[in-house]
Write a protein that binds this ligand. Structure first.
Ligand SMILES: *Cc1c(COP(=O)(O)O)cnc(C)c1O
Length: 353
């Protein structure tokens, strides 16, 4: 065993996956399970597959390559780079798109590689990340329908990201209507109407996802057990599938306020300190290279975060439930950002238990 470690509870993960799968099935909504947070780690992908996942989605071709033999469909989430069109077509059968020249590159690549590739056109609906403007959609759809290498699989929108915009029935009804208009105008099936990510799950769970939304892309929901629009727990999903473990390398009673002239810290920020007198400070061998420290939640809520540098995290353990010593291992719950960083850090060992 080596620390820091990212522990994944297999049974809880399977429970969450099956619950989300069932939510989709009950409402006739197809769900692509988003795996980018676990950076294509094969044992994790295999657990999803065992739990019944057939539709996978990821933002990186490197990760999609890892799952090329699993399931029925692999969706590329990040708008494809023209320079990367060949790999996108090689490792995914569907991609989300917001640029016509990139779609043309995918079409050329698909013809050259003799592969089928479905294009989903993203529509800008307020969050201001990727997407064509709504008034471009007919024109873009018609151009895509004229390409020989790709087929027009659907349209979609993204929310809860750059702008933090919460998807509501209003936007999804517009999206659904737009799909209907494209179907009628061009006489195409357009099977996928992708109504967002985990932030749209609240509507699915309350049975008010607008009719005509046929698809969602879900990551955080099954990983952390919450929906991301109001940060509420979903059904009986587990919120503790993941645990971060880190080891204490120094434990001393020291002042809570540094002495000397205060300048920038290791991240070029001027730190501010609260005077708590003399405290028991634990230094852990985990840092910003391994996780996002500030958002790690200690399992013992009496432990307080003090700060972090690339390789260390400092904690106030004065009021901790347990008495610690150097060499002890502390447990934390990661949020999405911490999980993402931990899973992509080569210094953090992943383990399924
Ligand atoms: C990451 C991503 C998702 C998944 O988002 P969650 O909030 O984890 O469900 C869905 N769609 C796109 C385009 C993404 O990049």
């Amino acid at each position: 065993m080596s620390y820091p470690e990212l522990l994944i509870d297999r049974e809880k993960l399977i429970h969450n996956v099956r619950t989300i799968l069932k939510m989709g099935q009950d409402s006739n909504v197809q769900i692509h399970f988003v795996t980018k947070c676990l950076s294509g780690w094969r044992p994790f992908l295999e657990v999803l597959y065992e739990a019944g996942v057939e539709y996978f989605a990821d933002s990186r071709v490197e990760n999609l390559r890892e799952m090329s033999d699993l399931g029925l469909s692999r969706m590329m989430l990040r708008s494809p780079m023209i320079s990367n069109a060949n790999d996108v077509v090689r490792y995914s059968d569907l991609s989300l798109n917001s640029d016509l020249s990139a779609i043309e590159a995918l079409s050329d690549a698909a013809l050259a590689l003799d592969r089928e590739h479905g294009v989903i056109l993203m529509v800008e609906m307020g969050d201001l990340r990727e997407g064509f403007m709504p008034d471009e959609m007919f024109d873009v759809a018609s151009r895509v329908l004229n390409l020989r290498g790709v087929w027009l699989a659907g349209i979609g929108a993204n929310f809860n990201c750059y702008g933090g915009v919460i998807p509501e029935e209003r936007q999804l009804e517009d999206l659904s209507k737009m799909a209907e208009d494209i179907r009628r105008r061009f006489n195409v099936p357009l099977p996928i109407v992708s109504g967002g990510n985990t932030g749209s799950l609240y509507m699915l769970s309350e049975n008010r996802l607008p009719l005509g939304i046929t698809h969602l892309r879900v990551g955080e929901g099954y990983l952390l057990g919450i929906e991301t629009s109001f940060r509420k727990r979903l059904h009986d999903l587990f919120t503790d599938v993941f645990t971060i473990m880190a080891e204490i390398v120094e434990l001393r009673r020291k002042s809570s306020v540094p002495t000397g002239l205060i300048g920038p810290n290791s991240f070029n920020e001027i730190p501010v300190f609260e005077d708590r007198g003399q405290i028991w400070r634990a230094i852990l061998a985990i840092g910003e290279q391994d996780v996002r420290c500030e958002t790690l939640e200690p399992k013992d809520s009496a432990i307080a975060y003090l700060g972090a540098s690339s390789d260390y995290m400092m904690l106030d353990v004065t009021h901790a439930v347990r008495d610690f010593k150097v060499g002890d291992v502390l447990e934390f719950s990661p949020d999405y950002a911490a999980l993402l960083r931990a899973s992509t850090s080569p210094y953090v060992e992943k383990q399924l238990v």
